[in-house]
Design a protein around this ligand. Structure first.
Ligand SMILES: Cc1cc2nc3c(=O)[nH]c(=O)nc-3n(C[C@H](O)[C@H](O)[C@H](O)COP(=O)(O)OP(=O)(O)OC[C@H]3O[C@@H](n4cnc5c(N)ncnc54)[C@H](O)[C@@H]3O)c2cc1C
Length: 381
């Protein structure tokens, strides 16, 4: 067993850290966050350095990166800007990956090269008002009409839908079949007649809007079906382990950012005649943050490695998701305490981490659902 990252992995982290420190400094990210304004420029530059093509192969402009590299990229993006993570992850590591694995050659040729260059973004249309944790209740309906599908229904919490080019929508194509066979994926161009997108006000990551999507008699060409008819559940299961591992990496990256910020602050802030890091209560909080970051990184990379080997990893992916997200929350909490009153001030950045981290315990399957999966897998194994 080798715990050392390869030279390429180390170089990747270093180059991304430098890139984000230059292109996404705290004041710029905070301004976009407060103004609820998407940073198109940052997304384009992230695409230029290859971030948008990590999950698919070179034929379509990607780089087919290994899972550890993707985790490193996710950590660095989450450390810099959750808003970028909320737009980039659904596009690059969920929808584009789904398209690469299940799409037709025509779909891949038409869309993936433009994903790689940052020209095309996709939003993940899974959750509905009555189907959150329980996806068997997905009710958006697509009915064949000659060469087209007619789609009716509603999605909720579709992040980035207002600026995405496509909604990667999970729809019911066979209402009689059990959920495992009755769902399909349709790529719905956002600008199609009958698609209405309404951004929702939210707690954090506001620069990428989370939206309601209303689908009223939307006509979608038959060639926009991704995978086979009735393959929707298979596509969800295929992509979900990766998705959960990446949420673990987001928690790790945010935790690392909070640790870096709190450590720098504790070394320069003096009270009672010495830097606060010399007060043991503060030093122990920093030590606990470092333990959390290290542990969540290890559990996440171990799950990522299994995914790369093609091994069954729903237990490990769920553990990485739970541990990484909760470690991120603990780090942000401790970071707030270490910065004292300054943690509340926007210019210090800690309050943004504190708001952002909660989502990782909820999205991608709540941590309660993850614990259900972990317990089920334990019993099975
Ligand atoms: C900011 C944000 C962005 C999001 N982005 C997207 C996106 O881009 N695309 C998308 O499709 N979705 C997105 N989501 C949706 C997210 O994945 C769901 O919120 C999540 O899956 C939970 O669903 P729910 O909110 O309906 O909660 P519910 O399923 O209603 O759960 C409510 C509570 O009950 C608990 N619970 C439910 N069932 C069980 C059970 N069997 N055992 C134990 N506890 C249970 C849950 O853990 C939770 O605590 C986003 C959500 C947010 C908040």
């Amino acid at each position: 067993m080798d715990f050392e990252l390869s030279d390429e992995h180390v170089a990747l982290r270093q180059s991304l850290r430098t890139f984000f420190e230059r292109e996404a400094p705290l004041d710029v990210v905070s301004r976009h966050d407060r103004d609820e304004e998407f940073d198109n420029d940052l997304y384009r530059k992230a695409a230029e350095i290859g971030l948008c093509g990590l999950a698919f192969d070179e034929r379509y402009g990607g780089s087919d990166a290994d899972q550890i590299s993707i985790c490193i990229a996710v950590e660095e993006v989450a450390r810099a800007s959750a808003a970028l993570a909320y737009a980039w992850l659904p596009t690059a590591t969920f929808c584009a990956k789904g398209l690469a694995r299940f799409g037709t050659d025509e779909q891949k040729e038409a869309i993936l090269p433009r994903v790689a260059t940052g020209q095309v973004r996709m939003a993940m249309g899974l959750t509905e008002p009555n189907a959150g944790s329980d996806l068997t209740h997905l009710a958006s309906r697509a009915v064949r009409d000659g060469e087209e599908f007619i789609v009716n229904g509603q999605k909720v919490f579709t992040t980035g839908a207002d600026t995405a080019d496509y909604i990667f929508a999970f729809v019911r194509t066979d209402p009689e079949a059990p959920a495992s066979r009755g769902l399909s994926v349709l790529l719905i161009p956002r600008e199609t007649e009958g698609v209405t997108v309404r951004p929702l006000r939210k707690l954090a990551g506001q620069a990428t809007h989370t939206c309601e999507v209303f689908l009223d008699d939307v006509r979608v060409p038959g060639e926009n079906l991704v995978g086979e008819l009735g393959q929707g559940s298979r596509i969800i299961f295929d992509l979900m382990n990766g998705e959960r591992i990446y949420v673990g990496a987001e928690g790790t990256g945010l935790g690392q950012g909070a640790l870096d910020m709190a450590l720098a602050y504790a070394q320069q802030r003096e009270q009672f005649g010495r830097p606060i890091i010399e007060h043991q209560a503060v030093a122990h909080m920093l030590a606990d943050m470092a333990i959390d970051v290290e542990t969540s990184r290890l559990i996440t990379y171990s799950a990522a490695w299994k995914l790369d080997q093609g091994m069954e990893c729903s237990l490990e992916a769920s553990m990485a998701k739970v541990y990484g997200s909760e470690a991120g929350t603990r780090c942000a909490n401790r970071g707030m305490q270490i910065l004292g009153g300054y943690s509340y001030m926007v210019e210090y950045g800690m309050e943004r981490y504190w708001r952002e981290t909660k989502l990782y315990e909820i999205a991608g399957g709540t941590n309660q659902i993850m614990r259900n999966i972990i317990a089920r897998e334990l019993a099975k194994r």
